[in-house]
Design a protein around this ligand. Structure first.
Ligand code: COS
Length: 380
């Protein structure tokens, strides 16, 4: 595969790099401490076209390909993975899901505002007892003719406190198993819909993660995405693309930590020379560089397969599995290279290490990716 970037892709990469350096870097430590992310920054990302990158221009999107999205995700994640997870969920789960499977009315009502950053969306699949085991949905959407009555709880929802639009997966026909599940669009402020307290997290602390409680929420039938019973397929198809976004996030976290470690190793001296001159450090840098490039190739390959209209379930799962492992390994080594300074917040690498961990968990754990990959390998 040829990954030569076009002029336009290089421009997008540079724009994301500049935004990360100029707008995200100042305050990133404070946002992590305070567990806050100002909505003005989301809107700025929207103005630059980062909130609806793959959305058609007809719905105010940027009309770009997946590779461009991945390039932007990598650059934003080098600096602030809390910002990039908001971008990822809004782009690849909410906007892509609505654009691909939504009705014209749903697109006009929701997508056009989601793609500009005017409002932000959330994707609500996980439950207290249904994270990896996604078919075991306990949230119910009972069919009442022209509407559904929604009851249940969703857990660990990114953008939970700040989103206006929620794509909620719920069971309608229990006897049909996963074929009885629906995906419904729920709006903030609907009666009976409550946002639970913010989670106090290890990493991506700037991002806004909440549980959501639905208590007899009346959702009009026109808010269902796809045919009756399409909800589980909707979730799986959407997550297959979401995993490319998270793989790009993991790649960015790894690359950000590597760049900091490389710079530090050329400045910091021990035993009369820069630490980069010690083979113990130089070999760490060699390993990091090699693994990051391998992860990048997998992520770009998955993006290019999606853009080419091929099945990207396998390549997306491989990219996420490998890039998240590399993110974890690389950030741990970056802290090690920084020594005592690596343990201190001002040097950024400890935050990247904490942020890396979630990439092995959300949008399908590493173990789930291995299920997807092994099933694909074994079916041939
Ligand atoms: N695209 C389209 N359809 C898919 C699909 C995909 N990528 N993956 C599964 N499906 C379909 C299957 O084809 C099957 O449909 P049919 O019965 O019509 O053939 C249906 O979904 C159920 O699939 P399967 O039988 O494989 O379900 P399992 O319970 O074995 O689970 C896994 C499959 C484990 C892959 C799935 O539950 C999963 O991805 N879990 C993790 C969910 C997740 O990412 N959670 C994190 C929450 S978001 S932060």
């Amino acid at each position: 595969m040829d990954f030569t970037l076009s002029e336009e892709q290089l421009m997008i990469q540079q724009a994301a790099r500049d935004f990360a350096r100029n707008e995200l870097l100042p305050g990133v430590i404070e946002r992590d401490d305070a567990q806050k992310f100002p909505f003005e920054l989301v809107q700025k990302m929207g103005e630059l076209g980062f909130m609806g990158m793959m959305v058609n221009e007809k719905y105010n999107g940027s009309g770009l390909d997946t590779l461009s999205y991945v390039l932007a995700m990598e650059e934003l994640s080098k600096v602030d993975a809390s910002a990039s997870v908001m971008v990822s969920v809004n782009n690849s789960l909410v906007c892509w899901g609505l654009q691909t499977f939504g009705t014209e009315a749903q697109k006009a009502k929701y997508l056009s505002r989601l793609s500009t950053g005017e409002i932000i969306g959330a994707f609500c699949l996980s439950e207290p007892e249904a994270g990896s085991d996604a078919t075991s949905q306990k949230t119910t959407a009972i069919d009442k003719g022209d509407h559904y009555i929604l009851n249940g709880t969703k857990n660990w929802i990114t953008n939970g406190g700040s989103a206006e639009v929620f794509l909620v997966i719920a069971q309608t026909h229990i006897e049909k198993g996963h074929k009885g599940i629906n995906a419904l669009i729920v709006e903030k402020g609907m009666e009976g819909f409550e946002v639970g307290p913010k989670e106090n997290k290890l990493g991506i602390r700037g991002s806004d993660t909440h549980s959501l409680i639905f208590n007899d929420v009346k959702v009009p039938k026109e808010n269902r995405i796809g045919e009756d019973g399409f909800g589980f397929k909707f979730a799986m198809k959407t997550l297959a693309g979401g995993r490319i976004g998270i793989a790009a996030q993991a790649l960015g976290i790894a690359a950000g930590a590597y760049e900091l470690a490389l710079k530090y190793s050329k400045e910091r001296k021990t035993f009369g020379t820069e630490i980069a001159n010690h083979q113990a450090i130089a070999f760490k840098l060699a390993d990091m560089h090699t693994k990051i490039q391998a992860a990048r190739n997998l992520v770009y390959q998955a993006a290019c397969e999606k853009d080419a209209g091929k099945d990207y379930t396998l390549s997306g799962a491989m990219a996420k599995l490998y890039a998240s492992e590399v993110a974890m390994e690389t950030t741990i080594e970056a802290v090690q290279i920084h020594g005592g300074n690596g343990f201190v917040k001002d040097y950024h690498v400890e935050r990247l290490m904490r942020d890396a961990k979630i990439t092995q968990i959300y949008e399908g754990t590493s173990e789930i990716q291995k299920i997807v990959i092994s099933r694909s390998v074994l079916k041939d």
